[in-house]
Each structure stands twice: as structure tokens, then as C-alpha cells.
Design a protein around this ligand. Structure first.
Ligand SMILES: Nc1nc2c(c(=O)[nH]1)N[C@H]1C(S)=C(S)[C@@H](COP(=O)(O)O)O[C@H]1N2
Ligand SMILES: [Mo]
Length: 455
């Protein structure tokens, strides 16, 4: 909820992404009461004009008898003179007023010289698609901008004819385009340890959603003459220096869902996200979505590669490790109001957020504003797609008292997102990966929103 105050003083209430600078986290300075009223008048001016605006808002914004907003009384220059010509830039960029909308490395995470994670600013995004330039990044050894004319993709192992494809050859084949979320298995990891990172960008921002275009992997394996009676797994390998390889079970591939993708949101993949080729493994944790994809090796058992043996495993309460916990279970989070944001006054707010499941479609999302005692069913916005982010919205009138906002998602398999208590009962307290617990945001009396965990 970025606020665009049009006050003559130029005072702008800053959304959370503005708070986090290189130096760390700055304190939010509360607006004066007058500032709040002016903000509300300005903010609701637009809302009240729309037919769908709640009655309460329309009534709270009568046209003043005298004075009035100079921004509507005076014609601005852009209404009275000639605008800019086309083609000042061949590839469009966001408005100068959106300069603070950025993916960011976490100030709390150790980064190598090549920062290894940048988080998507979920608090400021609408709908379900993550703009490509704001897609989160996770690099095990930095990113590359690989020359597509030199990039090769190989299929070998248990196939009749090992094959090598150029990008041109791949792009001549029949393609599919599908919307899917990608979530790093380590998303929300620090919250296992009850470390309350301040904003949803850092609690849940290793999550993005795009339309991916490419060739189903099964079609390529069939070209190479795969014997599906023998072949049970593939190993995916990237062309960067991280030696990151992942085993993928064949049943995910035969379903036709796994894509060897070159397209993302209508254009070629961005270099940070694996240009010119990456694997899309719907529902599965991000690490298996191998970027700079150069090889698929077909085999009959899991490889137990380093990123499967010592990373991306879950320490269970009995001291054993759970391996190959691929599918991302049902999860959701309220993105507004969320940590670091400030509610300017009591009254109407739209609560909005995202829900997703690696096992299929989202069936239902409930929202609580009293820490889980009472729940109301949120509205799911269309489209509701399988293994894709789903946007939910619900009305809320804040009475100005402390409130704890939570969302709880359920997927089409009937699985319900757990509380921290329920998750820890099964998974213990020493995990890093695969935290899909219900997130709680505390709205304080002064309007500030904080990340809290309920026991
Ligand atoms: N080749 C290669 N593929 C990779 C990685 C990598 O470092 N190198 N990181 C993996 C991890 S851990 C994640 S979460 C996703 C992140 O994808 P993104 O950077 O497009 O968000 O890519 C995966 N694929
Ligand atoms: Mo990851």
C-alpha cells in the first residue's frame, strides 16, 4: 500500500520497501492527525469515484463547500500541453514515481560478494503475475547472460539416441504456455527460529509467479527414445559454475507438466532467471527449476547429489533427515496490511494476499483479524489455476484496537495450511526449509504493523 499523498508539503507516507535502505531499517515516523485526515480525503477521492466503492467511503468524502483540492481545481501542465513522443526508450520502464519498488537482498542475511538472494516486493504487487524485473533471484554462484547461439541442451543417459539441441531447434518445436508459482524451499526459513524479519518481502519474497513458455520435457525425452518402463528419474544440470544438479521423478514429467522453458511473461527469460533455458517443475521447490539448463540425464534411481544430500533436507523431530521433500505444501500470506506498513486511521481497509499449493488449485482462504479465534472466508479472484498463485481479498473495518491478521489456505486435496504449533508438532523446531505455517501480522494501536508469531 504505497501512499501517494498530494499534500503541498510533499509529505509522503512511505510503504515498507522505502524503509529498508542500505544502512538497515529506519523507524517509521507517524503522520500527524491532520496528515492522516488529508491522506484519507485524497486516497478516498479516487475510491469514491468508482461504482464499486463501499458506501461508507463515498459518504466519508463529500465535496467540500469551499476551498478544495488544487489538484482538481487547477489544470496541470499535462492537460494543457503536448506530451512526449514515442520511442524515447525502446523498452518501457516503470514510472519515475515507482523507483522504490525493487527486489532487495535481505539486510539480515549473509551475502557473498555476488549477493545470492533478492526478494520480491510482495507488499506492492497486484494480481498474481510477478513483473519479470521484480522476480526473486536465487543464485548459488552468481548469474550469467549466456549467448543463446552458443547454448546447447543435451539429453543423455538411459535413452536410445542421446541428443543435443540448439535454441533454434528447441524453439521450432510445439510449445505450451502456463502460469505457475516458483517458491524457494528456504522461503520463510528464518521464521522457523522465530526471527521476526520485518516485512513480507523478507518473510515470503522468495516467491514469484509467471507465465512460462517452452517444450514439455516428456516430448523431448520421447524424441530421444526414452524407455519409460526402465527410466524412473532424470537429473537436471545447469551451465553455471554451481554444479547444482537435481533429481526429478519421472511421474512428474510424464504428466506433461515439466517444461523446458525459454519464455517468461511473454518474452525470453531474464538472465537472472536462467536465460536462455530453464526447467519449470510446477509445484516443486525452486531449487529443482534448474536455470541455464544444459543437460537432462535419464536414469533409474535418485542421484543423491550434493544439493539433495546436505542441502534442501529437513531435520525431523526424531533426528532423521527428510530428503526429496519436493512438493511445496499449501501456504498463504496477507500482503497488505503486512509488516512495516502503517494504517493511517481506523476505518475501512481491503485485506489482500496470496495463496498457493504445489498439489493443485486453491479451494478456499479464510482470514482472521483476531489471531485465529474467528475466521471469515475471503474472495478468491480469478483465475484460480493449479500450482499457481491465487489472489484473495476481503473487506475489513479496523476499530483502531490491536488486531492480529492471519490467512489460512486450503487446497483442492483438502489439505489445510497449519499453524506454527501444528507444523512444529510434526516437523520439530530445527528445520530450515519448507515452512508453510500461518503468518501473523500484529496491527498496533498506532497503526504500525509488525511480524509476530503466536505460540
Ligand atoms: N543453474 C542454477 N539453477 C538454479 C539455481 C542456481 O543457482 N543455478 N538456483 C536454484 C534455486 S535454489 C532457486 S530457489 C531457483 C530460483 O530461481 P530464480 O532465481 O529464477 O528466482 O533457481 C534454482 N535453479
Ligand atoms: Mo532455492
Amino acid at each position: 500500500m504505497t501512499s501517494y499523498s498530494s499534500e503541498p508539503s510533499g509529505r509522503v507516507l512511505k510503504a515498507p520497501e522505502h524503509f529498508l535502505s542500505q544502512e538497515g531499517i529506519k523507524t517509521v515516523v507517524a503522520e500527524s492527525k491532520k496528515g492522516r485526515r488529508d491522506f484519507l480525503r485524497n486516497a478516498f477521492a479516487t475510491a469514491a469515484a468508482g461504482a464499486a466503492a463501499p458506501i461508507a467511503l463515498a459518504q466519508s468524502n463529500p465535496v467540500p463547500a469551499e476551498g478544495g483540492d488544487p489538484n482538481i481545481l487547477n489544470l496541470p501542465t499535462h492537460s494543457t500541453s503536448l506530451g512526449q513522443s514515442v520511442a524515447t526508450v525502446g523498452y518501457g520502464v516503470p514510472s519515475q514515481y515507482e523507483a522504490n519498488l525493487q527486489r532487495r537482498p535481505s539486510p539480515g542475511l549473509t551475502q557473498t560478494t555476488q549477493a545470492s538472494v533478492s526478494f520480491a516486493p510482495l507488499q506492492s504487487l497486484f494480481g498474481i503475475v510477478t513483473p519479470s524485473g521484480l522476480h526473486f533471484e536465487r543464485h548459488h554462484q552468481g548469474w550469467w547472460d549466456i549467448d543463446p547461439s552458443k547454448h546447447r541442451f543435451m539429453i543423455n543417459g538411459m535413452v536410445k539416441t542421446p541428443m543435443v539441441f540448439t535454441m533454434d531447434e528447441l524453439m521450432r518445436l510445439p510449445s505450451v504456455s502456463r502460469f505457475h508459482f516458483i517458491e524457494c524451499g528456504a522461503n520463510t526459513a528464518v521464521d522457523w527460529g522465530n526471527v521476526a524479519v520485518p516485512t513480507v518481502q523478507y518473510t515470503h519474497g522468495m516467491l514469484s509467479c509467471s507465465e512460462f513458455t517452452g517444450v514439455p520435457l516428456i516430448a523431448l525425452l520421447e524424441l530421444a527414445g526414452v524407455d519409460l518402463k526402465k527410466a524412473k528419474f532424470v537429473l537436471a544440470e545447469g551451465a553455471d559454475g554451481s554444479s547444482m544438479t537435481r533429481t526429478i521423478p519421472m511421474d512428474l514429467i510424464t504428466s506433461g507438466e515439466v517444461i523446458v522453458a525459454y519464455g517468461m511473461n511473454g518474452e525470453m527469460l531474464r538472465p537472472e532467471n536462467g536465460y536462455p533455458l530453464r526447467l519449470v517443475v510446477p509445484g516443486v521447490q525452486g531449487v529443482s527449476w534448474v536455470k541455464y539448463l544444459r543437460r537432462i540425464k535419464v536414469g533409474d534411481k535418485p542421484w543423491g547429489a550434493k544439493d539433495e544430500a546436505i542441502h534442501y533436507i529437513d531435520l525431523m523431530p526424531d533426528g532423521t533427515h527428510r530428503q526429496y521433500s519436493n512438493l511445496q505444501e499449501c501456504k498463504s500470506v496477507v500482503t497488505t496490511p503486512s509488516g512495516g506498513q502503517v494504517l493511517l486511521d481506523k476505518g475501512f481497509y481491503n485485506i489482500t494476499g496470496l495463496a498457493w499449493s504445489g498439489l493443485g488449485k486453491i479451494k478456499r482462504v479464510d482470514v482472521s483479524v483476531d489471531g485465529g479465534r474467528n475466521w471469515r472466508q475471503a474472495r478468491l479472484e480469478s483465475p484460480v489455476l493449479s500450482k499457481c498463485l491465487t489472489r484473495f481479498n476481503i473487506d475489513w473495518v479496523w476499530d483502531g484496537k490491536p488486531a492480529i491478521i492471519q490467512s489460512r489456505a486450503q487446497d483442492e486435496t483438502g489439505y489445510v495450511q497449519p499453524t506454527y504449533q501444528q507444523l512444529r508438532a510434526v516437523r520439530g523446531t530445527r528445520s530450515i526449509y519448507h515452512n508453510n505455517a500461518i503468518q501473523s501480522w500484529l496491527v498496533q494501536e498506532d497503526g504500525e504493523v509488525k511480524n509476530v508469531q503466536l505460540g
